[in-house]
Design a protein around this ligand. Structure first.
Ligand code: ADP
Ligand code: MG
Length: 358
């Protein structure tokens, strides 16, 4: 397939005056797009407060390949949840996508009809939220909630949907599943409720799972179990996932690629290996610095000093400049572009200037 493309592209490329290396890049790019399940292009989101508009996501772009996990990492308030809700067109009132595109299997989500969106949610893109209690209905049994979702999206009979619900609960580690289908959310522990949310998110075998801080509300041992469960299920089913967290420490085990958000901007994006072995942005270096200290169990963690930027600060200078130990005059006055070097992207004036600008 690629060879055929190469021959066909050769002629076009020669006509356009593109050399051999650029042709290979085009071919790789074409194959990459075949495997792309989700593509976010220059996504911008604003919130309206009376007459004022606050831009909270400022041009986010990435590609998610089949079967891969992208971790989106950043401190509280940097836009992680807003980004996740945008993917499903579920922004709260006042929130609006003001620019960019979100392509699911090549189709722009923002142009889908209400019915197409309903089909997409659950079967295409499915989401696990941070706090299961806000997503589970407290006055309906778990069994009803899972079977209703299955029945709404498939032609399964109630009997078949229930059998599927039992299988799913067993899969996520809820024992005595048939009996527990009759129980209400409050009858389960926090960890079990999160397992149920995972079962619900998986019940339509989505192509992309979006997990928004799925373990933050749980204690540390349960967090590790739930992370392992998500990772095992993701690998078994080959689905892609966007894994959102403020905790860089848990990313290494679960993700293939990491995107670091700061003040609504992508400040760095790379493979897990590249990001952990050679972080380029001072913010990522700061986040990783705290991790190293955690491993060494020192008493005082060198956290990054200062606070994240207030939402809607003017688009002037690097958003991290006020906290950056290396910031110079240009960093305070001019927003650095996202530059790319060997698939490692970074938004920082301090990085060598011989990379091509995006
Ligand atoms: N419903 C809302 N109304 C107004 N602003 C909001 C709303 N939800 C989020 N925001 C703003 O959007 C920014 C990003 O929020 P969020 O995506 O929830 O951050 P994160 O998930 O990274 O902690 C924040 O500055 C927050 O104040
Ligand atoms: Mg959040």
């Amino acid at each position: 397939m690629a060879l055929w493309r190469k021959t066909a592209d050769n002629k076009t490329a020669r006509r356009a005056g593109i050399d051999g290396r650029a042709q290979i890049a085009i071919i790789l790019n074409m194959n990459a797009s075949e495997d792309t399940v989700l593509q976010v292009e220059d996504l911008r989101v604003c919130f309206r407060h009376g007459q004022n508009r606050t831009e909270v996501l400022r041009g986010l772009s990435y590609r998610l390949q089949k079967g891969k996990v992208l971790a989106v990492v950043g401190e509280s308030g940097c836009g992680k949840t807003v980004h996740a809700l945008s993917l499903l067109k579920l922004l709260p009132p006042g929130g609006k996508i003001t620019g960019g595109r979100i392509l699911y299997q090549g189709k722009d989500i923002l142009s889908l009809s209400a019915e197409e969106l309903r089909k997409l949610r659950g079967a295409g893109l499915s989401m696990i939220f941070q706090d299961p209690m806000t997503s589970l209905n407290p006055i309906r049994t778990i069994g009803k909630q899972i079977t209703e979702t299955i029945e709404a999206h498939t032609s399964y009979s109630n009997l078949r949907a229930r059998a599927q619900a039992v299988r799913l609960l067993k899969k996520v580690g809820i024992s005595n599943a048939r009996k527990r289908l009759e129980e209400y959310p409050f009858q389960f522990s926090g960890g079990q409720r999160q397992r149920i949310m995972i079962a619900m998110a998986l019940c339509l075998q989505p192509n992309v799972l979006i997990a928004d801080e799925p373990t933050t509300a749980l204690d540390v041992t349960i967090q590790a179990q739930i992370l392992k469960l998500i990772r095992d299920l993701q690998r078994q089913s080959g689905m892609a996932a966007v894994f959102i967290t403020h905790n860089l420490a848990i990313v290494a085990d679960i993700a293939d690629e990491v995107l670091v958000l700061y003040g609504g901007y992508c400040v760095e994006q790379a493979t897990v290996h590249a990001l952990f072995s050679k972080p380029l942005h001072p913010y990522t270096q700061g986040l990783l610095g705290s991790l190293v200290s955690l491993n060494k169990k020192v008493e005082h963690l060198p956290a990054i000093e200062g606070y994240p930027p207030a939402p809607g600060m003017p688009e002037k200078g690097c958003p991290f400049a006020p906290r950056c130990p290396y910031a110079g005059e240009k960093c305070h006055s001019c927003l650095p572009p996202l530059i790319e070097q060997e698939q490692h992207k970074v938004r920082c004036w301090l990085v060598e200037k011989n990379e091509k600008s995006r």
